[in-house]
Design a protein around this ligand. Structure first.
Ligand code: ATP
Length: 381
C-alpha cells in the first residue's frame, strides 16, 4: 500500500492547443478509495493513464509512497489497472490471463503463482471459470476475471477506468459492492474513474470532481453534496440536479428576502440561517441553488411560501418528482425535452401527488439554500 500524490500534473495535446489535465494537485492517502468524476472530456482517463505510466505528463510529477515515479516505465510501477473493456487476452484461459502479469513482473515459481491465482479466484468467486476462455464468459464474469487479474499481483495501487460501464444496471450495483468489498479487505489505495456521480458518491471515501481538466473540489461525499464549492459541483452532484434560480437579495426590516429575477418568486429566509450567509448586499444578484429533496409542500406552515404551478408529476416509487413552474404561467403541451429542462423540481413523498396545472405552495429547507456568485459560480458561503 502507498499514498499517491499528483503535483501540478499537466497534460497537453496537439502542441498545447488541448489541455486535458490542467495543473492538478491531489493527495491520496494510503489505503484510500478516491473516485474521480466529471463530464465527458474533463480529463479523468488522461489523469489515470498518467498515474499508470501509459501517458507522459507534459509537466508536473507523480509520487507513489516516497518515490517519484514520473519517469518510471509503466511495468515498473506497482500498479494494477482495470479497464472498461476488460482487456483480457482472448486466446488465453482465465487462469492464464490471471497468471500473465505474475509471470511478467515476478520470479515466483509455478506453484507459488498457482497458489496466488487460486486465492484471487476464490476472492472473486470464479474458481469454476479458470479453464474457460474469455469469449465463453458473460460481461460480469469477464469483469470478475479482470479484477482477479488485478488483485493477484498484490499491487500498491489499483486504478479503475469506468470498469462497470459495460454492465447492465443491476449487475453494476452488485459489482460496485464487490469492488468495495475487495478494497475493504485488501485496503489497497484505489483511484476509480467514473462519469456516474451516483457511483462516485456511493463508492468513494473522497471524490475528486474535474471540469475541463481542472480540479473543482475534493471531499467526502457528504461534503461535496452539502457544501458544493461552486455552481458546477452543485449541479453535477445529486440527482435530479440542484435547482438554480436567479435572485436578487432584498434586506427588509423582517429579514432577508430572495426575489426571483425571472420568476414570480419572493422567499424570506428564516433569521437563524441568514447569519450563515454573512452580510449580503441589498440589491446583490446571486444564483440560488436548492436541491429537489430540500423542497417541500408547504402544508400547515406559518411562513412565507413559494407559489408554483405543477407541470408534470413523475412517480418513481416511494417518491414523486414534481416539475414546477415558478413563473406562475402554465406551459401546456410541454414536450419531453421541456420536462428535461424544466427549471424547478421538487422531490416529494409519493403522497404528494398534485394535478398538472394545479397551483401549489412549497417551502425550502432553509439551511440547504445555496447562493452562488453569478459571475464566477463560486459559492458565497
Ligand atoms: P470520457 O468520460 O469521455 O472518457 P475523460 O474525462 O476521460 O472523458 P479524457 O479522455 O481524459 O477525458 O480527455 C480529456 C481531453 O483530452 C479531451 O478533450 C480529449 O479530447 C483530449 N484527448 C485525450 N486524449 C487525446 C489524444 N491522444 N490526443 C488529443 N487529445 C486527446
Amino acid at each position: 500500500m502507498a499514498s499517491v500524490e499528483l503535483r501540478d500534473l499537466r497534460k497537453e495535446y496537439d502542441r498545447g492547443t488541448i489541455v486535458a489535465v490542467d495543473d492538478l494537485d491531489m493527495e491520496i492517502n494510503d489505503g484510500e478509495f478516491i473516485t474521480v468524476v466529471g463530464p465527458s472530456g474533463c480529463g479523468k482517463t488522461t489523469t489515470l493513464r498518467m498515474v499508470a505510466g501509459l501517458e507522459r505528463p507534459t509537466s508536473g510529477s507523480i509520487v507513489i509512497g516516497d518515490e517519484d515515479v514520473t519517469d518510471l516505465h509503466a511495468k515498473n510501477r506497482d500498479i494494477a489497472m482495470v479497464f472498461q473493456n476488460y482487456a483480457l487476452y482472448p486466446h488465453k484461459t482465465v487462469k492464464a490471463n490471471m497468471e500473465f502479469g505474475l509471470r511478467m513482473s515476478t520470479d515466483l515459481s509455478a506453484e507459488e503463482r498457482n497458489e496466488k491465482v487460486q486465492w484471487a479466484a476464490e476472492m472473486m468467486g470464479i474458481e469454476e471459470l479458470l479453464e474457460d476462455k474469455p469469449d465463453e464468459l458473460s460481461g460480469g464474469q469477464k469483469q470478475r476475471v479482470a479484477l482477479g487479474r488485478a488483485i493477484v499481483r498484490d499491487p500498491e495501487v489499483f486504478l479503475f477506468d469506468e470498469p462497470l460501464s459495460n454492465l447492465d444496471a443491476k449487475l453494476r450495483k452488485t459489482m460496485r459492492t464487490e469492488v468495495q468489498r475487495l478494497q475493504d479487505e485488501l485496503g489497497v489505495t484505489s483511484i476509480y474513474v467514473t462519469h456516474d456521480q451516483e457511483e462516485a458518491m456511493t463508492m468513494g471515501d473522497r471524490i475528486l470532481i474535474l471540469r475541463d481538466g481542472k480540479k473543482q473540489q475534493v471531499g467526502k461525499p457528504e461534503e461535496v453534496y452539502n457544501d458544493p464549492i461552486n455552481e458546477f459541483v452543485g449541479g453535477f452532484i445529486g440527482s435530479p440536479s440542484m435547482n438554480f434560480v436567479d435572485v436578487v437579495v432584498e434586506q427588509t426590516d423582517s429579514g432577508m428576502v430572495l426575489v426571483g429575477v425571472d420568476e414570480d418568486f419572493r422567499y424570506h429566509l428564516s433569521p437563524d440561517v441568514v447569519d450563515r450567509f454573512g452580510v449580503l448586499e441589498s440589491g446583490g444578484e446571486y444564483v440560488m441553488g436548492i436541491r429537489p429533496e430540500d423542497v417541500f409542500p408547504a402544508e400547515g406552515t406559518e411562513r412565507d411560501t413559494v407559489t408554483a404551478v405543477v407541470e408534470v408529476v413523475e412517480p418513481i416509487g416511494s417518491d414523486n418528482y414534481v416539475y414546477l413552474d415558478l413563473s406562475g404561467e402554465l406551459d401546456t403541451g410541454m414536450s419531453a425535452e421541456r420536462v428535461e429542462e424544466s427549471d424547478f423540481i421538487a422531490r416529494t413523498d409519493a403522497s404528494f401527488a398534485p394535478e398538472t396545472g394545479q397551483e401549489v405552495e412549497v417551502v425550502f429547507s432553509d439551511e440547504d439554500v445555496h447562493l452562488f456568485d453569478p459571475a464566477t459560480g463560486s459559492s458565497v458561503l
